[in-house]
Design a protein around this ligand. Structure first.
Ligand code: SAM
Ligand code: DTB
Ligand code: SF4
Length: 329
């Protein structure tokens, strides 16, 4: 069965299980080490057991509050600590958000994700965001927000507004986290994820590849995600978009085959989750994206912009879908 954009995603599609399988980092490293064809065959088999292999979910991003963030995430264009040439902006007005959401729906997106460059929202920040969630949902789109760390009670307010997904990435492995971010901890991220999960909101949680981490850290990041009980419903795998002015500006690009292996490892270890081919598609060839879909990616960001950087034009994506015989969900 495939889902159309009219059907809402099942709430908490990944149910918690008492004796959930735990993945060891070494087991995931062993997946990475398989011959590429064996790894892809296995990932594709798992994918076909749970999903239509030719259907890809499409989400559109909008930065509703850009720049000036207090945090020091080493990859981010929006940290106030780095000179990235980005103008700090105020929260977008509701009508501008709705205009973007309507355009996203008209282009064939099924989910609208609103991002704010906050360490976390103050209670008074939540009020206008709640209006955005209500009104975007009323357009017939699924809703997602990413607002940083949540305090007790805030996830419930978002849930009551009808929020479908909250995005909050672990970004990297626990042992590498301190080399990327020092203004909050890995545990802070897990605490917010617990609040989101306990409020009954679908969890969107993934990370970034290409920040100078070793393969073992890529495996450890996947293990953290896969061992959540239940795993996130949506798992964005971002390829670092190197931003001038950030500490990661000169990071060496990860080899494309290694990136595809990461997608395959996510698919095998999180069989029922949507794995999203996320930031970095603008710099990827059609062939590399095709391999990612074959490896089990079945979601992507769709629309000309991510938050502050470019994503492929919708025309290019439509051509890619046509070439590969993919359909949108
Ligand atoms: N401030 C909120 C937070 O940190 O959770 C929400 C916005 S933040 C920009 C959302 C996620 O986008 C980050 O956790 C990171 O995984 C991803 N991201 C940000 N900048 C990126 C970049 N240059 N390349 C790849 N992914 C990036
Ligand atoms: C996610 O994992 N990736 C998105 C979304 N969740 C919020 C953000 C990507 C940002 C890429 C860099 C930028 O455009 O600023
Ligand atoms: Fe701020 Fe989020 Fe960027 Fe970190 S990733 S600097 S918290 S906007």
């Amino acid at each position: 069965m495939t889902m159309t954009s009219q059907q809402a995603a099942p709430q908490t599609a990944n149910a918690a299980t008492p004796a959930a399988r735990k993945w060891q980092v070494a087991e995931i490293e062993a997946l990475f080490e398989l011959p590429f064809n064996d790894l892809l065959f296995r990932a594709q088999q798992v994918h076909r057991e749970h999903f239509d292999p030719n259907a890809v979910q499409r989400s559109t991003l909008l930065s509703i509050k850009t720049g000036g963030c207090s945090e020091d995430c080493g990859y981010c264009s929006q940290s106030a600590r780095y000179d990235t040439g980005l103008e700090r902006e105020r929260l977008l007005p509701l009508d501008e958000v709705l205009e973007n959401a309507r355009a996203a729906k008209a282009k064939g997106s099924s989910r609208f994700c609103m991002g704010a460059a906050w360490r976390g929202p103050k209670d008074k920040d939540l009020e206008p965001v709640i209006d955005m969630i209500r009104e975007v949902k009323a357009l017939g789109l699924e809703t997602c927000v990413t607002l940083g760390m949540l305090k007790d009670g805030q996830a419930e307010k978002l849930r009551d507004a009808g929020l479908d997904y909250y995005n909050h990435n672990i970004d990297t492995a626990p042992e590498f986290y301190g080399q990327v971010i020092t203004t909050h901890t890995f545990q802070d991220r897990l605490d917010t994820l617990d609040r989101v999960r306990n409020a009954g909101i679908n969890v969107c949680c993934g990370g970034i590849i290409g920040m100078g981490e070793r393969r073992r850290s890529r495996a450890a990041m996947i293990a953290q995600l896969a061992n959540m009980n239940p795993p996130p419903e949506s798992v964005p795998i971002n390829n670092l978009v190197a931003i001038e002015g950030t500490p990661m500006a000169e990071s060496e690009q990860v080899d494309p085959i290694e990136f595809v292996r990461t997608i395959a490892a996510a698919r095998i270890t999180m069989p029922k989750s949507f794995v999203r081919l996320s930031a970095g598609r603008q710099q990827m060839s059609d062939e590399m994206q095709a391999l990612c879909f074959f490896a089990g990616a079945n979601s992507m960001f769709y629309g000309e912009r991510l938050l502050t950087t470019d994503n492929p034009d919708t025309d290019r994506d439509e051509q890619l879908f046509a070439k590969l015989g993919l359909k949108a969900i």
